[in-house]
Write a protein that binds this ligand. Sequence first.
Ligand SMILES: [Zn+2]
Length: 590
Amino acid sequence: MAWNLNPLVDSTDLEHLKTRMEQLITEAEKLGKDYRGKITSLDAKRLLKLLKRIEKNILERESVLKYARLKYSANSLDPEAKQLSDLGRTAEMKIQQETAFAMIEVTQLLTKNPELVDNPTLAEYRHMLEVILRRAPHILTEDQEKLMIQKDRFGIDSFYRLQQDWLTTRTFKIKIDGKLKEMPYGEITALYEHPDRQLRKESNRTVYSKLEEDEILWASAIRALFGDHLETCKLRKWPTPLTQSLIDNDVDEKTIKALMDTVENHVELYRRYLRLKTRLMKLPKLANYDILAPLPDMPDRKFTWGQARTLVIDSFKSFDPEFADIVDHMFEKRRIDAQVRKGKSSGAWCASWLSGNSAFILLSFNGAIGEVFTLAHENGHAVHSVLMSSKLSPLNTDISFGVAETASIFGELLLAEKLIAQAKTKEEKQEVLAKILDEFGMTVFQVSARFFFETWLYEATKRGEYLDGKTISKYWTKARDKMYGDTIEWLPEMDWEWTMKVHYYIPRFRYYNWPYVFGNLFVFALYRLFKEQGAAFVPKLKALLASGSTKSPREMGAELGFDITTPEFWALGMKQAEEFLKEFKSLVEE
Ligand SMILES: [Zn+2]
């Protein structure tokens, strides 16, 4: 259950690794000497040579830098890992500084010679060059760009840091079993899904009333960030506040409109689920702190590592033997660190290892069913990564956010189906279906509320409306109610829910809620196609995953025979959710 990181390096000796990192920096400097100031006059053939050289450098430095990073994530208390991590980070920063010029100059070259995008010599990189060219008109002069960085550093960046610092430094007092306890944000929010209803209610009330107290702070930050983005749009000639996120995610506005229209037209699906959950919980009405609550009378199941391994591999096998082989190699080669360990980084993630045609997964496994889902999710990422790296060069594996979760969520759905098939009781089935539907509801409908909220805030700012805390809350509750209707009884403190969501505060990364909706519904649509087409669908999904970032999501959809700019495609995802809901309903009524 612990990583074997040795295959990443030819020696784990610290001095040796230090020398290797110095060589990598020298290599990056060499690139600068050979190309700085010369890229804008390259022809197709010489541009290809440059791209190949950049990729060679990426692959050369990948393993040793990954070794440094992973060793530290596995145990930050290990002094050698700490030292190595510092060395790695410094090297990465230096390399970035040395090589940043290349893509800036490539952008200038393409602006001068846009026909290079379609040059057959560069066919392998066509889509990447196209995306660079799409960004080009929004880049400012070098001096302006420098000024932007300076302005942000003490401007909107401070609001973002302030929001983060507030959340990480506050403590909250709450009574548990008659005893008053004081806990940090990360700990008290875990109580939101506690089986004890009173505790769920109190934890919500405690956190949100404290957030409300500082409403002046949050409203100031929101006004600054939203106002700043609108000014930036004018400066960078982004026609709408949404444009930046569209370019970054490689989609067009028509697609997002179709996606959001589909969500709006299917709110009743989510509400029907919430009403069923109300019945199962034997409540007159669901409160906001019940939305993600565990169902009553659920089996207390624990999985061993061996059981989890078999389950996850079998789930992928039910789709395709090659998928199962990839997942099997992840376990066999010890590419998964699942041990619970002091000093280990929190959360769960998968880091691809391109040159090794593999990946490394980190998570903490205690045997809960949710962790088996996480294991399937991260192994899905590993499958995606291996399918890409075996066919594509590194610059073509930079997948956009909206499709990055395709294999991972697909893996979760395969696992859900396996667990349902193996379930011994009705409750075991209900538990799995509720998990899928709870998550779907949150990522598709709750997150869509955030999209409408953002849109209204930009519109209000443009109109010159003064956004104080109460006005912002009014927009939030309006967006929330658009999704939930009258299915939920909200604590009054929940009017301030917008204050804690980090996505509203991230500078230069605006409108970053909708990609979650996109990603989820995209996978549900693909899963629906799998259910309808069976084995014929398998090679299609594999081709989609293996195409990495060489195609836009729209082109990927077209190859499956769909137009993602139409609501019909997105409705397929809703149809799949409807199937899960039907199954859930039949169990409730049994
Ligand atoms: Zn993921």
